[in-house]
Design a protein around this ligand. Structure first.
Ligand SMILES: [Mg+2]
Length: 432
C-alpha cells in the first residue's frame, strides 16, 4: 500500500518589491512568497501546495505547515479521497494549535496548505485536474468535505446537498462550455499603485487590446492622486470597459463612504476591501451608503464563519475567495455552496504568486457543478510569475483556459524552487 512517507517545506520568495509589482495602499513593497509544501510518497508522485505570503513571516508559515504535515505522514494513498473530508476537519480541530486562531491566520492557512497538497495527490492519483476531480464527485461526497460546524444556521447539509444535486444535470453542458470558452478573467496588471502614469496607461491599453473588459485599479493612498489616475485610465480605456478599484482595507468606514463618493464619477464596477476585512457590519454600512456602486471582498476573510456573517449582513455583492487564506479546497467548497445559497457570485482573488493557478480550479468547479456559467463571475488575473509553474495559467481571449494536466495547480518548477529559495537560492544570494 503506497503511503505518504514524509514532507518538505521550502521558503520561496520572489523579489517583486523592486519593480513595485503588487504594490497597493496597504502593501507598498510585497515580495510575493510561497510557503511551499511537498508531500513525499513511496509511489512515483508527490503532492505540492503553497500558502501565499508577501515576504517576512514566510518562514513562520512554513513552520506551521510542517507542524500539521507531520500528522498526515503514513496516510495511505488509496484511501485519501475518502478520508480528505475528515482529515481536513482534524487539521483545524487540533485543539492546541486551534488555540492560536481559532480558524484564522498562520495555523489556519497552514491547514489549507496541507489540505491543498493532499488534493494535488488525489488529482495525480486519479489523473485529473482539480476542477474536473471535484466536478466528477457525487453531491454526497462533496457535502462530506464541508465542515458545517458554526455555519449550520446559514446552510444545512441537506440544503448544500440540494444545491449540488440541482447542478448535477447541467454538469456535462457546463463542462463543454468551460472547455470551449474558458472562464472570463479581469486584470489587475495595470493597477498597482507604485506604477508611473506611463506604465499604467501602457498596461491599460495592452489589457484592452488583449480583450479584457474589466480592469482593476488600486486606490486609497491619496484622494487627489486616485482621481487623477482613475480619470486618466477611464479616458484611456473608454466608457465600455468596466473599471473596479481596490483600497486594500485602508479606510475607516465613514472615510470609505466619503472617498468612494468622490471617485465614483468614473463609474466603478465594484469597490474592493474598503475597510478592515473583519468589519462585517462596517462593510454592510458602506455597501448601503455607496449603492449602486457595489462592494467586493474576501481575499482576507479568514474562514467560512466570517463569510457566513458577511452574506447574512449584506456586506458584499461579490465574494472573492482566496485559495490559500482559508483551510483549503474543503473550506472553499463550503464557501462556494454558501454563496450559491445567498445568490452572491464568487469572483476569486488571485493577486499573488500561484493564486491564478490555484483559484482557477475553484471557479471552474463552481461553473461546472454549482452555479453554472453566468455573466457575474470574473476571475482575477495578474500577469506575474506564471513562468515558474509546472502548469502555468493560460489566458485566451481574456479568459482562463481550463487546464487538463492532473494536479491542483500550485506546483512550482524544481529549478525555481532552488533559485528562489530564501536565502540560499541564487536570486537571493546575489542580492546580499
Ligand atoms: Mg484585492
Amino acid at each position: 500500500m503506497a503511503k505518504i512517507t514524509g514532507f518538505k517545506t521550502l521558503d520561496i520568495r520572489f523579489p517583486t518589491s523592486t519593480e513595485k509589482h503588487g504594490s497597493d495602499a496597504m502593501n507598498p513593497d510585497p515580495d510575493y512568497s510561497a510557503a511551499y509544501l511537498i508531500l513525499e510518497t513511496d509511489s512515483n508522485i508527490s503532492g505540492h501546495s503553497l500558502v501565499f505570503t508577501i515576504g517576512r513571516g514566510n518562514d513562520l508559515q512554513c513552520n506551521s505547515i510542517a507542524q500539521l504535515a507531520e500528522t498526515i505522514v503514513g496516510e495511505e494513498l488509496s484511501t485519501l479521497e475518502n478520508r480528505i473530508g475528515q482529515i481536513g476537519k482534524d487539521l483545524v480541530r487540533d485543539s492546541q494549535i486551534r488555540w492560536l486562531g481559532p480558524e484564522k491566520g498562520i495555523p489556519h492557512m497552514a491547514a489549507g496548505g496541507v489540505v491543498n497538497a493532499l488534493w494535488d495527490l488525489i488529482c495525480k492519483i486519479n489523473k485529473k485536474p482539480l476542477w474536473k476531480q471535484l466536478s466528477d464527485m457525487s453531491p454526497e461526497a462533496l457535502v462530506d468535505l464541508i465542515d458545517f460546524r458554526h455555519i449550520s444556521d446559514a446552510i444545512t447539509p441537506e440544503e448544500a446537498l440540494s444545491i449540488l444535486k440541482k447542478g448535477k444535470d447541467s454538469r456535462e453542458k457546463n463542462e463543454k462550455i468551460l472547455l470551449d470558452k474558458g472562464l472570463p478573467a479581469y486584470t489587475t496588471t495595470p493597477g498597482w499603485l507604485g506604477y508611473s502614469d506611463e506604465t499604467m496607461i501602457r498596461l491599460a491599453k495592452e489589457a484592452v487590446a488583449e480583450g479584457f473588459t474589466l480592469i482593476k485599479m488600486k486606490v486609497g493612498r491619496s484622494l487627489e492622486n486616485d482621481i487623477h489616475r482613475l480619470e486618466l485610465v477611464r479616458k484611456t480605456v473608454g466608457d465600455d470597459v468596466r473599471m473596479a478599484c481596490d483600497a486594500n482595507q485602508v479606510w475607516d468606514v465613514n472615510e470609505a463612504i466619503k472617498w468612494i463618493k468622490a471617485i465614483s464619477h468614473v463609474n466603478l464596477f465594484w469597490v474592493e476591501e474598503p475597510t478592515s476585512p473583519d468589519d462585517i457590519l462596517g462593510h454592510a454600512t458602506i455597501a448601503k451608503a455607496i449603492a449602486p456602486t457595489r462592494v467586493a471582498t474576501g481575499e482576507h476573510v479568514h474562514n467560512r464563519i466570517m463569510f457566513k456573517q458577511m452574506l447574512q449582513a449584506g456586506s458584499m455583492s461579490f465574494l472573492q475567495l482566496d485559495a490559500t487564506r482559508t483551510a483549503g479546497v474543503n473550506e472553499n467548497i463550503a464557501i462556494i455552496v454558501m454563496a450559491a445559497k445567498f445568490g452572491i457570485p464568487v469572483c476569486p482573488h488571485a493577486g499573488g504568486v500561484g493564486l491564478c493557478e490555484m483559484v482557477a480550479h475553484l471557479a471552474m468547479f463552481d461553473s461546472v457543478a454549482v452555479t453554472g456559467h453566468h455573466d457575474k463571475r470574473v476571475v482575477e488575473f495578474v500577469d506575474h510569475l506564471h513562468e515558474h509553474f509546472v502548469i502555468p495559467t493560460q489566458i485566451k481571449n481574456a479568459s482562463y483556459v481550463a487546464p487538463l494536466t492532473p494536479g491542483a495547480g500550485a506546483e512550482i518548477k524544481s529549478q525555481s524552487l532552488i533559485d528562489y529559495n530564501y536565502a540560499t537560492g541564487s536570486v537571493w544570494k546575489s542580492r546580499k
